[in-house]
Design a protein around this ligand. Sequence first.
Ligand SMILES: Cc1ncc(COP(=O)(O)O)c(C=O)c1O
Length: 437
Amino acid sequence: MSSTLKQSNGLTMDYSSYKTDLSKRRRPVITRELVKIASSASQSLVTLAEGAPNEKTFPFTEISVKLDDGTSFTLEENELSTALQYIPTQGYPPLLQTLREFQRRVHAPPLWESRDIVIVAGAQDGLSKTLESVIGTGDPILVPDPFYPGVEVVVTPHQAELISIPQDDLGVIPEDMREILRNRQLSGKKMPKIMYVNATGANPTGVIIPLERRKEIYRLACEYDFLILDDDPYCFISYSDEKPKSFLSLDTEGRVIRVDSFSKVISSGMRVGFITAAAPLLASIELHLQSSHLHAPALSQVMLYKLLKIWGHKGMMNHVNRIQHFYKERRDMIVSLAKTHLNGLVDFAVPSSGFFLWMEIRGIEDTWKMMMQRGVAQGVIMAPGASFTKDPTKPCNAIRASFSKASYEEMNLAMERLAQLIREELADRDALQNLNS
Ligand SMILES: Cc1ncc(COP(=O)(O)O)c(C=O)c1O
């Protein structure tokens, strides 16, 4: 394809074996390519090629934005026109450049010149487009157990085989993973082309996979030849002093596809995330974007660019430090409330990152009905654990409680009500057992 994406000079991997036939059949849309050419051309280019509307007809003349630190910026004239217009599929070029510099600085990825970035409409968009370029009908995929349900809904319609990797309090267990891969290979089964992982602040468990495990998982990826899709929206919301290197930082072979998101750190409604990967992998994703929503929202991209320009790297890091502190206080609140109200009823590990407390309920086989029926009736809802497993119809004794938004009083009430629910559920279970004995 004629792409502005860089070519994969330093990487020797042949990416075609990871792509689905469908993905390989995608072709560039000429009108999208023309937008790209026009956006990077010199001022003297006269273009009658694009089908863009005339910005003079748009009813907006200015967009003013005030920041919480008292500064402000305004979008007007050319910048406003760009923000309200079609832009190249890969993203708003100045934001792309800022993000490239950001990734280099934060992750120092090996062979950077062979990689690039594509801006997407949030991490969910990024991971669904990535998975759909790799997972064909019936293909296997490695996933942690439990894992983010946004993956299951993408791959299940493709009848993908979800290979669950057990986790402990440090995340995915590499020894178990090795065993699963070795047995699979010995039995001649189709081997996975990709692993999904959410290495920092895993949703739902809040675990940060430590560096040694990351290295071991990466070694397995090289040995068994699969890609690693690291969905990392919580990477800047970590409550631990240890900040292990990302999979992207470890990626000497070009097999890591990293998905970042602004949702948790700037705004979820702006719908902006970005994928960093080897250029040939990004090319497939860009073609998929060309055939779906053309590009992530331009207004959001221009606003983000302005914000990051005003802040600079230091300002952005100050902001993420502030929000880390904000969420850590909430994490501490929910943990202390869980200890007060749920003592003896649940087991949990203190989340090291992210927004969630994952609790396993003692003596209750499945939390689905307890939450979705009794919980709703009694004024408390939390996510039933089964929704984070590969087969949500199977029983699961866990629940996920979010501490990102609720006030202290709301969390207190929720924990009190949950304790009551569990006690009622246990009483019902005992009554049933007595009846049957
Ligand atoms: C692990 C994980 N991945 C992806 C997403 C989706 O994020 P975005 O808003 O960037 O699409 C979420 C949101 O909750 C998440 O927890």
